[in-house]
Design a protein around this ligand. Structure first.
Ligand SMILES: NC(=O)C1=CN([C@@H]2O[C@H](COP(=O)(O)OP(=O)(O)OC[C@H]3O[C@@H](n4cnc5c(N)ncnc54)[C@H](O)[C@@H]3O)[C@@H](O)[C@H]2O)C=CC1
Ligand SMILES: NCC(=O)COP(=O)(O)O
Length: 350
């Protein structure tokens, strides 16, 4: 468990033409946030200072060359670049994509080298980040390559937790991507995360069906009967409390979700539509299953309100709190399981 100093919380800026920097700065405008962590923004002092002035925020920064020079009690900015790229709020520019990746790569290097403890990423535009050396549909996929472990996109808001079997893939490829091994891997990653990151000892997991009405016994598609059901049974018999497949359409409306610690949705919108509808503004996107902790707000670049000072920072703030909480839960879980309580031999009085 971390004993000395505050948790070092790295922040990648995402798309600088969006609302990422704004929500990050507004989060740390509240000085009480510094009681929980030391923020380290990967960008350039000049850019962050400019956005701070545009937004008329009363913040002060500590510019550093490397994350090893972090000062507790300050908002640290690692100067990843010296030049002044052109900020065009609300525009999807190639330049913004390039610098989003520079910031992300620098932050991930610091995470891998233990210069920061956790990473919170501000939103990127999934289209303008594409480059010869960066061909990922999102942070989750990039981090899965950079860090050890099996990744799971896990959306969390209080006791509502929804993970995805398949995440950034086209709908036409969903059915064939859902294999027995993928289901086993995602359920196991989810179960482990619920225990280790959320402190739930015997988590209950629900799987949503792929087809309408989970296929209606094979009338509307066979995947639920032939792929999901046998794996759910196999995992249940092996001791995991996993149930389903449940018809996705009525699952949330009937409040069935509240009987479970987490829900595994078959594809992106099946999970994210109910999640964002039920929790918009306080939801967090957590990349579970990896050796390091990364969270992000549940929203995107919101170009239409960028640069106007209208962005709500609640979700970013939640992402900061979640990253800290998960980091602490994990450390506690590892410490407890490293030294399990020994059975005491008691001498009985004769
Ligand atoms: N983690 C990430 O990097 C994510 C990135 N994106 C990217 O963001 C871009 C835009 O995606 P959209 O689907 O339009 O979603 P979006 O979340 O950017 O916007 C959806 C709606 O919510 C509003 N909104 C979002 N965040 C807000 C906030 N903090 N305060 C007030 N209003 C807010 C927007 O103005 C818009 O009306 C896409 O390029 C997408 O790839 C989307 C989700 C996550
Ligand atoms: N809708 C969630 C999302 O797109 C998050 O993507 P990622 O960049 O966190 O992988």
């Amino acid at each position: 468990m971390k004993e000395k100093g505050k948790i070092k919380l790295g922040i990648s800026i995402g798309d600088f033409n969006g609302i990422g920097i704004e929500v990050a700065l507004k989060t740390f405008e509240d000085p009480r946030m510094m009681d929980f962590c030391t923020p380290i923004i990967f960008a350039s002092n000049k850019m962050i200072t400019q956005q701070k002035s545009d937004l008329e925020l009363g913040l002060h920064f500590n510019g550093i060359r490397d994350a090893s020079q972090v000062v507790d009690g300050k908002i640290n900015i690692v100067n990843v670049w010296k030049e002044t790229p052109r900020v065009e709020f609300g525009q999807a520019t190639e330049e913004a994509g390039k610098y989003a990746i520079k910031s992300l790569r620098a932050a991930v290097e610091a995470l891998k080298n233990d210069k920061i403890d956790v990473l919170v990423t501000a939103p990127i535009n999934k289209n303008n980040i594409q480059a010869e050396d960066f061909k990922f549909p999102g942070h989750t996929d990039f981090l899965a390559q950079e860090l050890k472990g099996e990744s799971l996109m896990f959306m969390v808001a209080d006791s509502l937790r929804i993970g995805l079997l398949t995440d950034h893939i086209a709908v036409k490829n969903v059915a064939e991507a859902i294999t027995p091994q993928l289901i086993r891997d995602k359920v196991q990653t989810m179960e482990k995360s619920l225990k280790m990151d959320f402190g739930i000892r015997r988590p209950k997991i629900a799987l949503l069906g792929i087809n309408p009405h989970s296929g209606d016994n094979g009338t509307i598609g066979e995947e639920d009967d032939k792929i999901l059901k046998p794996v759910i049974q196999e995992l249940f018999e092996a001791g995991t409390l996993v149930y389903g497949p449940y018809s996705a359409d009525s699952f949330f409306g009937s409040n069935t979700h509240s009987n479970f610690d987490a829900i595994l949705a078959a594809y992106h919108d099946q999970g994210l539509i109910p999640f964002k509808t039920l929790s918009f503004g306080k939801g967090v996107n957590y990349t579970a299953g990896l050796e390091k902790v990364r969270t992000s707000p549940d929203h995107g670049t919101a170009y239409e309100i960028a640069g106007k000072g209208q962005a709500d920072e609640s979700s970013f703030k939640e992402a900061v709190f979640s990253a800290i909480k998960i980091f602490k839960n994990r450390a506690e879980h590892l410490a407890l399981n490293k030294n399990p309580l020994q059975k005491q031999k008691v001498k009985r009085a004769s």
